[in-house]
Design a protein around this ligand. Structure first.
Ligand SMILES: NC(=O)C1=CN([C@@H]2O[C@H](COP(=O)(O)OP(=O)(O)OC[C@H]3O[C@@H](n4cnc5c(N)ncnc54)[C@H](OP(=O)(O)O)[C@@H]3O)[C@@H](O)[C@H]2O)C=CC1
Ligand SMILES: O=CC(=O)O
Length: 347
């Protein structure tokens, strides 16, 4: 059920109204802006995985319970969905099992027991092995099922996974997300999807639980390309911001004031306001791991090379992420790239 309502100031009234319509509403229910309905200034949605006519709710699988996968799966469970989880490190499944998730031993078993299986893996290698390796999801796929890969990978990897899933007769959708740990927790991600349109239509209610907006971009590879372009820009912006903070500090400016000045002008960005204050204190609590940002720069540069597009800024930024990784900062937040610029050259 989707309820549309105008006026953000009254969102709590609408929430109360929705609760009276639907007493079984999950605890975390919240009003959410939906950009796809431009005719209303504010809208929110109420979701139930079990319609009155539906005795057999869609069974959802979720593979990969890292920083992003855990809160995303949690939101599905809290919304009342039937969710089965798997993660390479089993202990990360426990909190979700406590919330009501089922557990299977392998990705293949999850896929075999579910109608639609989502995956949120680290990189192209892990996305491939979990989808197509021994006991991978493809081994449990068959006609009527669907596989939705949310991991950030390159187009060629996504196409390989698509091919293997399609061979089983199942459908495939790539659906990388823009938005980090907090948007994942808040169900405010932006889905960049491509692939089988009928699967997109089928999973849209679940994407709406995990996200605030979704784009359908056509053929497999377009979702990956969109994600890599966005993250290439983000990675370059972060290195530029880091350079500015350090230059300003070296010439005697207060970096806290630099962050404030930036936040009020044309180059303000939520990322600078969110990460700036902790960067100034040399603290990098991990939301988006630096190793993943470097992976995205690498994949974006590969994409650029495949079409002979010069990307000198991104190439330079990538070098800084590589330096930061070599200094043991892989698992810190990507804002720790600033440390790569603090390293003193040896005499
Ligand atoms: N964090 C963020 O802000 C965002 C991340 N992304 C992208 O989403 C994806 C996941 O990110 P995030 O959750 O932060 O990453 P994490 O590093 O926190 O989680 C990675 C997941 O991949 C699993 N994994 C890694 N290698 C393997 C392998 N060889 N076999 C099986 N499973 C494996 C991990 O399992 P295990 O627990 O056993 O290590 C874990 O479940 C990445 O592609 C990232 O680029 C996209 C948007 C935002
Ligand atoms: O991929 C990272 C993000 O913040 O988006």
């Amino acid at each position: 059920m989707v309820i549309l309502a105008r006026g953000a100031n009254y969102s709590h009234h609408y929430a109360a109204m929705a609760t009276s319509f639907c007493p079984a509403l999950p605890q975390h229910f919240k009003p959410t802006p939906i950009s796809r309905f431009p005719q209303v200034s504010f809208s929110f949605k109420v979701f139930s995985s079990q319609t009155s006519a539906d005795e057999n709710p869609t069974r959802l699988g979720f593979l990969g319970l890292g920083i992003m996968g855990s809160p995303m799966a949690q939101n599905l469970i809290k919304a009342g969905c039937d969710v089965t989880v798997w993660n390479r490190t089993k202990s990360k499944c426990e909190p979700l099992i406590d919330l009501g998730a089922k557990y299977k031993q392998t990705p293949g078993e999850v896929a075999a027991s579910c109608d639609v299986t989502f995956s949120m893996l680290a990189d192209p290698e892990s996305a491939m092995v979990v989808a197509c390796g021994e006991h991978g999801a493809a081994s449990g796929m068959s006609p009527g099922k669907g596989y939705v890969d949310i991991s950030t990978v390159d187009g060629p990897t996504s196409k390989l996974i698509n091919g293997q899933i399609k061979e089983t007769g199942a459908l495939f959708l790539e659906a990388p997300v823009s938005g980090s740990k907090k948007p994942a927790e808040d169900g405010q991600l932006i889905f960049l999807t491509a692939g089988d349109k009928s699967l997109y239509d089928k999973v849209s209610p679940y994407l709406d639980i995990m996200g605030k907006s979704r784009f359908y971009l056509g053929d497999v590879g377009n979702g990956a390309a969109m994600k890599l372009v966005v993250n290439m820009i983000m990675g370059s912006m972060m290195t530029s911001f880091a350079e500015g903070l350090l230059l300003g500090e070296k010439v005697g400016l207060d970096p806290t004031v630099i962050v404030e000045v930036i936040s009020q002008g044309a180059i303000s960005a939520p990322m600078f306001s969110m990460k700036g204050p902790s960067m100034v204190q040399s603290k990098y609590p991990t939301a988006f791991p630096l190793k993943h940002q470097q992976k995205d720069m690498r994949l974006a540069l590969g994409l650029a090379e495949s079409v002979s597009q010069p990307t000198p800024i991104a190439a330079a930024a990538n070098e800084l992420y590589k330096v930061a990784k070599s200094h043991g900062l892989s698992d810190h937040d990507f804002s720790a790239v600033i440390e790569a610029l603090k390293v003193k050259l040896k005499d």
